[in-house]
Design a protein. Structure first.
Lengths: 458, 115
């Protein structure tokens, strides 16, 4: 596995512009020269270090240079006040903070690790429905690229390869630009964001790195009620309001109602920025409170017309959600509630039946919620972390039907998911869970499943 | 620029003799995707401040643009980073996460208000 990642990254490095590679080689040479010079001052410098990456080597140089200068200057400048004054001319004008020292575990934390120029995460799953064999699935391979044009203009992107190896080697995967946006930082409470952005709804859509949630697959509610990964083109405002409150308010491309259906609700209506419409931009806002340690509460609202592909019918999709995460000692709990309203659902069903010949039986209300308690079974000071968790989910994409339409009971579903997340490192999660699915139908049975997964962030 | 920062850092280190002087205030800051808590820190002019930086999840970074402070905050359970500085002039100074940590990284920021 490690080999494979290395090979992938090597490929990425090889296709970077040659100028970049040249810069790295150049930097590496200059750092080596500096190290050689430092050895003239202290022959023991770097003798027992195994640091291989440039950042760690630079940090060691920083530290050593500090020590050397300190040894020299303490004799000449006995008074700290004088020394502060002496350091003033070296600061850029207007700098009112004077750095003094850096200590702690920040250096040892990178010891033996390699810091890569990109970040990313990966997710490898083995899924098994009862009665079927295990299906391997390289579910997600995501590379993240960020860039600061200046202290005020920043870029962020995620490039995703989904389902790279799917059953029987069929090519049903996708390569997608998951996010690509610019942030213009203006004031803490007011910043502008524009591009392809994640819809700020629920917990997992924006916080989807595998070690940050329990369970191999994302929660069902955050798959069929809140369609993760949900991304749209648009722009908006975001900021920190103080006292732990933050907000995001966006105008984005809209959903496509011609792809709504009974089973997955509005999920298939995501346009992911392709073919999307900005004639009637959707509005969304999320308010978050993180002012108490280990508690995060959030509420999201979404509203937008979705009829750009259904002439004569222009349903409005409204969504409201509440979510929270809390951690007390070795206990975690997270939960979420989301409700969706689709206006003109009856007209939409008739229109789509005319268009495609099948009634999609779209509901006028969909609802889902889940609650997930978890416990860290090992004491806090141990290196490894083992979390046992259980999640109960209820999700009904046929919650309220328009006049003249009956709900399909097999889509009134609930699930118990219970399992374990083992983290040998904070950024690596090995997951196992068992899923009991139920639905309200007397005819269509639900299938249980076992999932095994390994996901990591780097 | 990097080298300039190193020099700055070292000059600072010399001037204050950090080991010799006790900080006027020690403030704990917890980093978690995608926030620093607290994100607004008020200090008095002239104080020697020490930030104790820990993470509740993955590795983050702590950078104060323009003054050469940029340290890695180790991931949860792997210790802390300590940063000392003197709040010399009144004003508002931004700090930010300097290690890409996910979708909200660009706005993982806070402010130091020197009064
Ligand atoms: Cu961060």
């Amino acid at each position: 596995m490690v080999n494979m990642i290395c090979r992938c990254l090597l490929t990425v490095l090889l296709i970077l512009p040659p100028a970049y590679a040249q810069n790295v080689i150049d930097l590496e040479r200059r750092v080596s020269e500096l190290e050689a010079k430092m050895r003239l001052v202290d022959p023991a410098f770097g003798r027992d270090s195994r640091a291989s990456d440039l950042v760690a080597r630079l940090e060691m140089l920083e530290k050593k240079l500090g020590e050397v200068l300190a040894a020299k200057k303490t004799e000449a400048q006995p008074s700290p006040a004088e020394a502060t004054a002496a350091s003033q001319p070296a600061q850029p004008p207007g700098q009112g903070l004077v750095p003094v020292s850096v200590s702690g575990d920040y250096q040892t934390s990178t010891g033996g690790e390699t810091r890569l120029p990109v970040a990313g995460y990966m997710d490898f799953h083995l899924n098994k429905d009862s009665g079927d064999p295990f299906r391997p699935d390289f579910h997600r391979f995501v590379l993240l690229f960020g860039h600061s044009f200046s202290d005020r203009i920043k870029f962020w992107s995620e490039l995703e390869v989904e389902h790279a190896l799917v059953e029987g080697g069929e090519e049903t995967g996708e390569v997608a630009l998951e996010q690509a946006y610019l942030d213009f930082l203006i004031k803490p409470a007011f910043n502008i964001r524009a591009g392809m952005m994640l819809v700020p709804f629920g917990i997992v859509n924006e916080r989807h790195e595998p070690p940050s949630f329990n369970g191999v697959e994302r929660p069902f509610v955050e798959t069929v009620i809140i369609p993760t990964t949900w991304r749209e083109l648009g722009f908006g405002f975001t900021g920190d309001l103080g006292k732990g409150f933050r907000y995001r308010a966006y105008l984005t491309s809209s959903l496509d109602a011609s792809r709504f259906n009974a089973e997955a609700g509005i999920t298939e209506g995501r346009t992911a920025g392709f073919d999307s419409s900005f004639r009637n931009p959707a509005k969304m806002v999320r308010l978050e409170y993180a002012g108490m340690r280990r508690l995060t509460l959030g509420t999201s609202l979404y509203s937008g017309h979705a009829g750009f592909n259904t002439p004569g019918v222009n349903p409005r999709v409204t969504m409201a959600g509440f979510d929270g995460r809390y951690n007390y000692r070795r206990f975690d709990v997270r939960g979420l509630f989301a409700n969706t309203w689709v206006s003109q659902a009856g007209e939409l069903n008739r229109r789509l039946e005319q268009q495609f010949g099948v009634n999609p039986n779209v509901a006028r209300q969909m609802r889902g919620y889940y609650l997930e308690p978890g416990v860290h079974v090992l004491p806090r000071r141990t290196r490894n972390d083992v979390i046992l968790f259980t999640r109960y989910e209820k999700y009904n994409t046929q919650h309220r039907m328009p006049l003249g339409y009956l709900p399909l009971p097999q889509f009134n579903r609930s699930s118990w998911i219970t399992g374990v997340t083992y983290k040998p490192n904070g950024d690596v999660a090995i997951k196992f869970d068992y899923v009991w699915n139920r639905n309200a139908s007397q005819v269509v049975g639900a299938i249980n499943g076992i999932n095994l997964g390994i996901g990591w962030w780097f | 620029m990097r080298l300039f920062s190193i020099v700055l850092l070292c000059v600072g280190a010399v001037g204050q003799e950090p080991a010799a002087r006790k900080p006027d205030r020690v403030i704990s800051i917890v980093a978690e995707r995608f926030t620093f808590s607290p994100s607004k820190i008020e200090v008095k002019q002239g104080e020697l401040i020490e930030f104790v930086l820990t993470s509740d999840d993955t590795d983050h970074g702590f950078r104060i643009p323009g003054i050469g402070i940029d340290v890695a905050i180790p991931q949860s359970g792997k210790g802390e980073a300590r940063v000392r500085f003197v709040a010399k002039e009144k004003g508002s100074y931004a700090f930010e996460c300097s290690r890409p940590c996910g979708a909200g990284h660009n706005l993982m920021r806070g402010r130091i208000i020197v009064k």
